[in-house]
Design a protein around this ligand. Structure first.
Ligand code: FEO
Ligand code: CA
Ligand code: CA
Ligand code: CA
Length: 635
């Protein structure tokens, strides 16, 4: 429960005023950035090799050496400080982490596990004082609890105690933490009235076209409108009206048991991979047992909207944005003021989506945007071989999405978004992860992380590599530079991986500068692309995951440079800049996790104890704040 009473007053001066909050919410400049960006679309081929004058500046930093070891590395001249670690208290009265005696009560008041998305919401426009919102995607019980041994389905499903499962549930979800930079160092403000833990048990509302639908009703919630918690929150986004969008990704891992014989959700369950659980929550909670609550999985796989400035607000699952294995939910304002959210469905052969609101963003009345995401049109992308593409609307009653196909309403279309998208002829992609629109150029970057299952006879122009082990990045440009447009042009910015794999890094890219498996991305204030990876390892690419700066403009296009490297076993998440570009927040997720079946890892046998390196501490997923020594913008 958020702390409102025992606030330590030493932090009182850090409390924002109401005016500060209004300032952040009404930042018209930010709101309209996307709509007003002039861009530099030279509409000739190749699509984006423009040499326009407003092209982003090149990067200037000394590269990190690619490799794998037990700690992190940042470019010379930069400082990387641990800001928040798993188990860190985020309330004044929270217990410090004791890994040999962790309990759910403590975990509910501590920073959660496996930080993925990171968003920074300035207070009063400040780049040194704001709210950090962080997704906690999943838990590594084998690294969190002593004595379990290496991760296996058996351990996860059958061995954990009721209390350990309760810790897992409390370590999922998200955190809101007020943070402050003083004397050059960031710290959490423990007494903040905004600090909040959201867990897999926090009450939430199901809104939009599928809210209240019969297929969302369960024994615990006969109205189909109130669900407990959010799970597997991967990437996300921030809206111009000051809310946080969090994507529920691999929700299928949490449901054990089997559906009753002949149940109407059987095909739906198959399409989303249910029946292969990785968590044993169903042993203690009926709602995670398919036999007892067959509709419960329909209440996950949504984008959750959270108001971090109101710690008592009820998070809303916005069903209008579709039910997928949502990676992120980054958006931009379209020319007519509609809000457009780009969405990836992270699984092999799944699709790229966008949602366009029916209403317009009201920059003057934040409250007017409160339910903007409940009405609009969800589209799925078809990438054509000639470099054009089309957004296909997922609208009940059109394109074959009707009763004959088993869709009786828009709610049915949204609950089974994947099946609807396939009927429309959407392009089957190589695992779409983060998607970000660049407000300066209106170009949209799609991270496609890999797809080892694509066969030679399944390649297409947008997914051209059979057994795509290292992934690629697609660049899209909406026609008329209007994000609400239903047509676009596209090309592949980069095929990733080692040089010998057919990668297309520029010749200027060094041996440290190439990477595989793009996952998260961020655009800095100068419109430059930064890519974070998931899946590099000693075995896969001879290097750890990390952050690479990617040139997208001019003759240096497709030149990449290595900026930050994670410790062994981790993936790189987060990346997020403060508005002045002086702080770069990155999230180190699952440090110490085994990245090679031949080298299992567990609490009792660890490849690293990052970041504490204390003999009594396991590795701890952490958010890191990177700043330039002596001050100034990053790179
Ligand atoms: Fe949670 Fe798609 O990575
Ligand atoms: Ca991801
Ligand atoms: Ca991102
Ligand atoms: Ca990933």
């Amino acid at each position: 429960m958020p702390n409102g009473r025992s606030v330590r007053r030493s932090d009182a001066e850090a409390q924002p005023t109401l005016d500060d909050l209004i300032a952040v919410r009404l930042s018209r400049r930010d709101l309209m950035r996307g709509a007003l960006a002039t861009g530099a679309a030279a509409l000739g081929a190749p699509l984006l090799a423009t040499e326009e004058a407003d092209a982003a500046e090149g990067f200037a930093f000394a590269e990190v050496e690619a490799g794998v070891d037990e700690t992190h590395h940042v470019a010379a001249g930069y400082e990387a400080e641990i800001l928040l670690r798993w188990g860190d208290p985020i309330f004044p009265d929270a217990a410090p982490l004791d890994p040999r005696a962790q309990d759910a009560e403590s975990q509910r008041r501590q920073f959660g596990y496996n930080n993925d998305f990171v968003g920074y919401l300035p207070i009063g426009g400040s780049s040194e004082h704001g709210l950090l919102v962080v997704n906690h995607e999943y838990t590594n019980s084998e690294l969190m609890f002593p004595g379990l041994g290496p991760q296996s389905r058996k351990t996860s499903l059958d061995v954990l105690s009721r209390e350990q499962v309760a810790v897992e549930i409390a370590a999922h979800g998200g955190s809101v933490v007020e943070i402050l930079r003083e004397g050059g160092h960031w710290r959490p403000v423990l007494g903040s009235r905004f600090n909040r833990r959201i867990t897999a048990e926090t009450p939430m509302e199901l809104t939009g076209p599928a809210g209240g639908h019969a297929r969302l009703r369960t024994p615990e919630d006969p109205a189909g409108r109130r669900v407990l918690g959010t799970i597997n929150n991967c990437s996300g986004g921030l809206t111009p009206w000051g809310t946080w969008l969090s994507g529920e990704e691999n929700f299928h891992y949490y449901f054990a048991g089997t559906l009753p014989e002949g149940h109407r959700e059987a095909e739906n369950a198959r399409r989303y991979g249910l029946g292969q659980p990785f968590y044993g929550w169903g042993r203690f909670h009926d709602r995670f047992d398919l036999a007892k609550a067959p509709n419960e999985p329909n209440r996950f796989g949504w984008v959750v909207e959270i108001d971090p400035f109101d710690p008592n607000s009820v998070p809303k699952k916005r069903t209008a944005l579709g039910r997928l294995k949502h990676e992120g939910a980054a958006g931009i304002v379209a020319k007519d003021g509609a809000y457009v959210v780009y969405l990836g469905d992270d699984e092999r052969f799944e699709h790229v989506y966008k949602f366009v609101t029916a209403g317009r963003v009201d920059p003057y009345h934040p409250g007017a945007n409160r339910d903007l995401l409940d009405a609009g049109t969800l589209y799925v992308a078809r990438f054509d071989a000639d470099g054009t593409g089309r957004w296909l609307p997922l609208v009940h009653g059109t394109g074959g999405l009707d009763a004959d196909a088993g869709f009786d309403s828009q709610a049915d279309v949204l609950i089974e978004t994947r099946r609807a998208a396939a009927i429309l002829g959407a392009t089957r992609m190589d695992r779409p992860e983060d998607i970000e629109a660049n407000p300066r150029s209106n170009r949209v970057y799609v991270m496609l992380t890999n797809n080892g299952r694509r066969q030679a006879d399944e390649v297409d122009a947008a997914n051209p590599r059979p057994k795509n082990a290292f992934g690629h990045i697609i660049e899209m440009l909406p026609d008329g530079e209007d994000h609400a447009a239903t047509t676009f042009r596209w090309e592949i910015l980069l095929r990733c991986g080692p040089p010998a794999s057919g990668a297309t890094f520029s010749a200027e890219t060094s041996g440290n500068g190439w990477f595989g498996m793009p996952d998260n991305c961020a655009i800095d204030g100068r419109g430059r692309l930064w890519v974070a990876t998931d899946g590099n390892s000693r075995k896969a690419t001879g290097r750890a995951d990390g952050v690479w700066a990617v040139e997208t403009e001019g003759p240096r296009r497709a030149t990449c440079r290595h900026f930050f490297r994670v410790p062994v076993g981790a993936e790189m998440c987060g990346p997020c800049f403060t508005p002045d570009d002086e702080t770069f927040f990155v999230a180190v997720q699952h440090p110490g996790e085994s990245d090679d079946d031949a080298i299992p890892a567990s609490f009792d046998r660890l490849p690293t104890r990052w970041p504490d390196f204390r003999p009594d501490m396991p590795p701890r997923p952490s958010v890191v704040a990177i700043t330039r020594k002596g001050g100034g913008a990053i790179a």
